[in-house]
Write a protein that binds this ligand. Structure first.
Ligand code: C2E
Ligand code: MG
Ligand code: MG
Length: 639
């Protein structure tokens, strides 16, 4: 029962009792049979009693009312005090507070809100909190927030918002729904704190836990994590990598003789130099002491790893200048591959460690693989690479020329230039043995440029001597081809040698063209614009797409010798040869068959309508002087 109802009941009860008293009390006195004098006194007493009772009742009511009033007053005072305290907390708290009405219009915010967001109260009042959004969260984020508010009445979590100045920052936010007496939503209250500093310090802590303070490189923990992740990735994309452990030789002596301070400075500089050698998907770490680790996620061959190891060793050979002292260090390197040699991180590192041990034992400043064969193989390749470099500088390379024949007239129409290496001990080395190494080490650029220039000069010499050769064909490595500036180089050589572009043909392998068809198309067009001829070499081995092939501005397809060798008996080879000739002709291209060794092959190819031929049957690759007699002979027979 509420207070006004109680008051009414009490008043009515009193009126009823008073009315009954007025109506029946006199009758009751008369019924008692009192004398008149007694009756008069009794009535006086009754009146006094009524007044007394009323006054007593009034007193009780007034007292109860006044107690209630006092209690209400006290409660009000207490409330006011609490509100003042709440307001002080609201104003003083470090957390931002934002209150909106049910329609999400801001009705209140505290000073911390303004401090964090940059918006003053005047700017935000009446606005929607969505003006604080950073755009970092998608619709599903806000959907789940509202779902939580409607089902549980509260939500808390991390939100990225935007300050007035545009900066995006993270905040931890609690939102509560406030209901009125009727249970309807009246307000939303959001309390949040700016956690960007916390995040920053978390990041800093994380950085400290994962990096070596001296070199700022990743430490062993991070390195191990990266190797672990690389192993997982290797399982998915079936492409492994290598781990190289790099240990400085005799570093102990530097520490002992020059002190740890110098040692530390040297280690820092070594870390910096090694870092400069890093490429994509590589992690360099300082694993402790004078040991560094390199994870190369793209390294899949022993040759690549060996080249990397040498690069790392070479970058350390220059003197280190520490406190005005010149110091020299060398490093030994152990290499292990994953996942072929090991499928867990512990094993990968143990393998690299035992390879490092091997490297240290075979004399310092060397590198070794976990697997013995790889070590030997790589060393041979490295020796070959340095010998090849020497060969280039000491004119040990030779260009041989192989006749190219017109099948209809049997006339020699051109020659293909093929490089050889006149090795002082090993004799004549075929390009198959050294071109791949030249490609890995980057020497191929110099070799191809040299062959191109020699061939152009030779062609000019033959022309001056009166030989009727139409063109010289020169091979271009896929490495050079993919670099793109080949046309400039070719133009330069043509200018220098004075060869008419009409007499030069470049051979590009089908696989080189198809590796990057769009870039190839552009380059081939630029080459063709120079006026030279273009041939697709080793055709049939490079999975050309016919659609792409159709667009290439080339003159000739050279059918790979693997299809010619089966002729004329292997029916599959016959079918392929027939198809390639038809395909070439349908696109207006000449077709040359490579590797012809027998008369039967010549006859079949003539029957199939093949245009040109090349092979031992017509003539082996030979030095220019030898070919000159060949040329003189063919000129004599055709004249
Ligand atoms: P290629 O351009 O397809 O050259 C044809 C190869 O087939 C040559 O091998 C040639 O000697 C060989 N050949 C020719 N007729 C016959 C035959 O009747 N029977 C057999 N079995 N083989 C025959 P070579 O000279 O050993 O060259 C191999 C490859 O090395 C060449 O294949 C070419 O891709 C590459 N190459 C040669 N010289 C250079 C060069 O200066 N630069 C570049 N980048 N690559 C070159
Ligand atoms: Mg060729
Ligand atoms: Mg070929």
């Amino acid at each position: 029962m509420n207070a006004p109802q109680g008051a009414w009941r009490l008043t009515l009860s009193y009126m009823l009792a008073a009315a009954l008293w007025v109506l029946f009390s006199d009758g009751l006195l008369i019924a008692l049979g009192l004398s008149l004098a007694q009756l008069e006194r009794a009535q006086l007493l009754k009146g006094l009693g009524f007044v007394l009772l009323s006054a007593g009742l009034l007193h009780v009511v007034l007292r109860a009312h006044s107690r209630q009033h006092t209690l209400a007053h006290q409660a009000l005072q207490r409330n006011e005090k609490r509100l003042r305290q709440a307001a002080a907390v609201f104003d003083a708290t470090q957390e931002g507070v934002l209150v909106t009405d049910a329609q999400q219009h801001v009705v209140h915010c505290n000073p911390a809100f303004s401090r964090i967001t940059g918006y003053s109260q005047a700017e935000i009042l009446g606005q929607s909190p969505s003006m604080l959004k950073s755009g970092r969260h998608d619709k599903s984020f806000y959907d789940s927030l509202w779902h939580a508010l409607h089902t549980r009445g509260a939500w808390s979590g991390e939100v990225w918002n935007r300050r007035k100045g545009g900066e995006i920052y993270p905040q931890w936010q609690c939102i509560r729904v406030i209901h009125d007496e009727l249970g309807e939503i009246s307000h939303y209250v959001a309390v949040f704190s700016d956690i960007s500093a916390l995040k920053r310090s978390q990041r800093e802590l994380d950085y400290l836990a994962h990096h070596d303070p001296l070199s700022n490189l990743p430490n062993r923990l991070l390195f191990t994590e990266r190797v672990e992740r690389a192993l997982e990735r290797a399982k998915i994309d079936e492409q492994g990598g290598a781990v190289l452990l790099i240990d400085l030789d005799h570093f102990k002596h530097i520490n002992e003789s020059l002190g740890h301070n110098i040692g530390d400075l040297l280690l820092k500089d070594v870390g910096e130099r090694l870092s400069q050698q890093l490429g994509k998907r590589m992690t360099l770490a300082r694993l402790g002491g004078d040991e560094f680790g390199l994870l190369d996620e793209r390294c899949s061959s022993a040759e690549q790893a060996a080249v990397m190891a040498q690069r790392l060793q070479a970058c350390l050979t220059r003197a280190f200048n520490i406190n005005q002292q010149e110091l020299f260090v060398t490093a030994s390197i152990g290499i292990s591959f994953y996942p072929v040699e090991a499928s867990d991180v512990g094993q990968v590192l143990r393998n690299a460690d035992s390879a490092l041990f091997k490297a240290k034992n075979s004399g310092r400043e060397s590198y070794a693989f976990y697997s013995q064969e790889l070590t030997e193989h790589a060393h041979q390749r490295v020796e070959l690479a340095s010998a090849l470099r020497h060969a280039l500088d000491h004119q040990e390379l030779r260009v041989y020329y192989q006749p190219l024949i017109c099948l209809r007239s049997q006339e020699m129409i051109g020659v293909e230039a093929l490089v050889r290496w006149q090795h002082p001990q090993r004799g004549l080395v075929a390009p198959g043995e050294f071109i791949p190494i030249a490609e890995e080490t980057g020497l191929i650029g110099a070799i191809d440029a040299w062959v191109l220039e020699q061939s152009c000069r030779q062609m000019v010499a033959w022309q001056i001597a009166g030989h009727r050769l139409r063109f010289v064909a020169v091979n271009v490595s896929s490495r050079l081809f993919s670099r793109g500036e080949l046309d400039l180089r070719v133009a330069e050589v043509l200018r220098d040698t004075g060869l008419d572009p009409l007499h030069l043909e470049l051979e590009v392998t089908e696989s080189a063209v198809m590796e990057n068809p769009d870039a190839s198309l552009a380059l081939l067009e630029r080459l063709r614009a120079l006026g030279i001829r273009l041939a697709i070499d080793d055709f049939g081995t490079g999975y050309s797409s016919l659609a792409r092939l159709k667009r290439l501005p080339v003159h000739k397809l050279k059918l790979d010798q693997s299809f010619v060798s089966g002729l004329p008996h292997d029916q599959d080879d016959v079918a392929i040869t027939r198809a390639v000739i038809a395909l070439g002709h349908s696109m207006g291209l000449k077709v040359l068959a490579e590797g012809i060794e027998q008369l039967e092959q010549v006859e079949l190819l003539q029957q199939l309508g093949c245009d040109h031929a090349q092979g031992y049957y017509f003539g082996r690759p030979q030095p220019a002087e030898q070919l000159a007699t060949h040329l003189a002979l063919s000129a004599a027979t055709t004249d």
